[in-house]
Design a protein around this ligand. Structure first.
Ligand SMILES: *Cc1c(COP(=O)(O)O)cnc(C)c1O
Length: 368
């Protein structure tokens, strides 16, 4: 591994393999595994991650939007790709790249049926999403009869799967609610298959669902954060390995006298002699302003260094008073020990937001 010379996001693809194998071992061998690679594979690199997972034999991918699926197809990914939140304006691109739409309302279902007819598609794979309590996307249980009616004898499409999404799989206080969502999904899928007359794939669980409710795995599970190394729980975090480490270097050291200030709006004022290090990354790289003014921290030679003052667009300043370090030394923003989850928690956010926010300006560097 070369020494860090600028801000990089180091992505460890063998950790990805470890996490994938760990999660797969928690479900039955015949249960399919869908890797969620939306938002640049949670801020890492969707193409590299998908190529690795495809080589490991993953069954399905999911992205949020059509453009994300197009990017994977253009990189040569052949595994089925579910588009979780498609918009009708992109249906030409979607079917051109053989991406599979998740249809969640009568409006989008009708638009896709019209598109399929117009383009004379044959048995084009579609997925139907039901709302079981998240109240985000999805048909209602009461819609089943009307859905089946609208797709009967429509040979241009083929329902591949039914899905729903759980609201609080990581929250032990919401076990009862999660159970009610699982029950509701079971009823919906039974009724749908009965009226539709065909058996289809059924899937419900996200990462924390796999970890806490594996009995509800149905025919497929969908994991995002888990394959990237987080389990929304200290116990599972220990078994998983974060794939991404954000590293940088010290650009410059400053000695600050009592009463002097650091950064914009003079947000930090020194009470004693202090040393600060200026680092080449800021809110434009994904370290938001909420990490400023002592909330967030970085690690330098194993020591915690708090972010002082306001986060700038391209820089942060950290307090290195008492830490032996020099300009050019490596700085870990988050990694295997001081994880993205821990840094996120310091500033009232979650690993998902911190990871997906690392901007495309930060160079990705891969280890396998
Ligand atoms: C993002 C997403 C997932 C992945 O959730 P994780 O908690 O990251 O495993 C699964 N299903 C749907 C519908 C999603 O939008």
């Amino acid at each position: 591994m070369p020494t860090t010379k600028e801000t990089i996001l180091e992505i460890n693809l063998s950790h990805l393999e470890h996490n994938y194998n760990y999660l797969k071992a928690l479900i039955k061998p015949e249960t399919k595994f869908l890797g969620v690679v939306k938002a640049f594979a949670y801020g890492s690199d969707a193409v590299k991650v998908a190529i690795k997972l495809e080589s490991l034999g993953i069954d399905y991918f999911a992205v949020a939007y059509t453009s994300e699926g197009v990017m994977l197809r253009e990189a040569g990914i052949e595994t089925p790709i579910l588009v979780l939140h498609p918009q009708a304006v992109n249906f030409d691109l979607l079917t051109l790249h053989h991406l599979e739409p998740n249809l969640y309302s009568f409006r989008i279902l009708k638009k896709f049926l019209d598109h399929a007819k117009q383009h004379r598609l044959k048995k084009y794979p579609i997925h139907l999403k039901f709302n079981t309590g998240l109240n985000r996307l999805g048909f209602a249980k009461e819609d089943i009869t009307a859905i089946v009616k609208s797709i009967t004898n429509r040979n241009e499409i083929n329902v591949v799967s039914l899905l729903s999404h759980l609201a609080a799989t990581e929250d032990v206080n919401e076990k009862e609610f999660t159970q009610s969502q699982i029950e509701s999904f079971t009823k919906i899928t039974n009724e749908f298959e009965l009226i539709h007359g065909n058996v289809v794939l059924k899937h419900l669980l996200n990462t924390s669902g796999i970890l806490n409710y594996s009995e509800a795995q149905f025919d497929m599970v969908r994991s995002g954060i888990g394959i990237y190394g987080f389990g929304n729980d200290a116990k599972f975090d220990k078994a998983l390995k974060p794939i991404a480490s954000l590293k940088t270097i010290i650009s410059q050291l400053h000695t600050i006298k009592p009463g002097e200030s650091v950064g914009y709006n003079r947000a930090y004022k020194a009470k004693k002699m202090q040393v600060t290090a200026t680092l080449p990354l800021g809110h434009a790289d994904g370290i938001g302003r909420h990490f400023g003014n002592g909330a967030g921290y970085v690690t330098i030679h194993g020591h915690k260094a708090e972010i002082v003052g306001n986060v700038c667009m391209d820089m942060i300043m950290v307090d290195v008073t008492g830490i032996e370090c020099k300009e050019g030394d490596e700085v870990i923003i988050f990694g295997e020990l001081n994880t993205a989850e821990m840094l996120a928690a310091s500033s009232n956010t979650i690993s998902y937001e911190l990871l997906t926010g690392i901007s495309q300006r930060v160079k990705r560097y891969f280890i396998d």
